[in-house]
Each structure stands twice: as C-alpha cells, then as structure tokens.
Design a protein around this ligand. Structure first.
Ligand code: HEC
Length: 119
C-alpha cells in the first residue's frame, strides 16, 4: 500500500519536472573562447591571469590558481554560478567595486569563468 502510494507520488513528480528540464538550454563552457574573451575584454590590464601575459595586471587582485580560491571579492562563495554573476555585474555585490561592469553576456561569462577555473 505505502509502496504503491510512493510510486504514484514519484511518477507524478517526474511528470511535473520533465518539461522544465527539456525546455532548459544547456550551454557547454568553451575554455578556448573564454581565453579569447579574457584577452578581448582586457581583464589582464587589471589582473595577473595565468596564460595572459601581455599586460602588467596590477590594479585588481591576481587571478592565478583561481580554482583554489574560496571566495570571490571576499564575499561570494567561489562557485561557477556566483562567478558568472560577479563577472556580469560586480556592483550588484559591492556597490563601490573598482571592477567595472564590462557588459559581459551570460554566454561570455560562462566561457570566461571556465577559463579562470581551468588555470
Ligand atoms: C579596470 C580594472 C579591471 C578590469 C578591466 C577587470 N577587473 Fe576584475 N577586478 C578589478 C578589481 C579592482 C577587483 C577587486 C574588486 C572588489 O573586491 O570589489 C576585481 C575583482 C575581480 C574578481 C574577484 C577577485 C578576488 O580576488 O576575489 C574576479 C574573478 C575578476 N575581477 C575577474 C575579472 C575578469 C574575468 C575580467 C575581464 C572580463 C576583469 N575582472 C576585468 C578590476 C578589474
């Protein structure tokens, strides 16, 4: 009896969930494009970043060994989802942040984040 009810609940739950999953677009991170974007946006002008050596990069904190860092700007847990939010709009988390809002799109932020974590 309980097992039957459980099976019914689970199958109803699955039916509700499926359309969301199918509708969602999945963007596969592209590390190579991320590196190109990091270069194009001039992140290296302010940051020391592994693999980007053309600029002095001493205005913002160094982004070397990024995957080992625990926090973003000392505030957000260093996870892909939070890093994407930070890259798109640093001022949303720190009103007076010297990191400019560079107008980075969601897709670009995903690739840039993937590059940083790969270094
Ligand atoms: C004009 C200089 C400047 C540019 C350009 C810039 N940043 Fe920043 N960035 C900063 C500063 C300053 C901080 C520290 C901000 C703070 O803590 O509020 C920062 C913080 C960060 C952080 C958090 C660092 C930490 O130690 O927690 C990341 C990640 C980051 N920037 C990535 C990037 C990326 C990727 C780009 C290019 C798309 C970029 N930044 C472009 C100045 C810049």
């Amino acid at each position: 009896m309980y097992v039957k009810i459980l099976i019914i609940i689970l199958s109803v739950g699955c039916q509700f969930k499926q359309p969301d999953v199918l509708d969602e677009k999945i963007k596969v991170p592209d590390i190579k494009r991320g590196k190109t974007l990091v270069f194009a946006y001039g992140c290296g002008v302010c940051h020391t970043i592994s693999g980007i050596r053309d600029y002095p990069g001493a205005i913002g904190p160094p982004l070397t060994d990024w995957a080992k860092r625990k926090y973003i700007a000392g505030k957000l847990p260093n996870r892909m989802s939070e890093l994407i939010l930070w890259l798109k709009n640093p001022q949303a988390f720190e009103k007076n942040s010297a990191m400019p809002n560079l107008g980075i799109s969601q897709d670009e932020a995903i690739d840039i984040a993937a590059y940083l974590y790969s270094q």
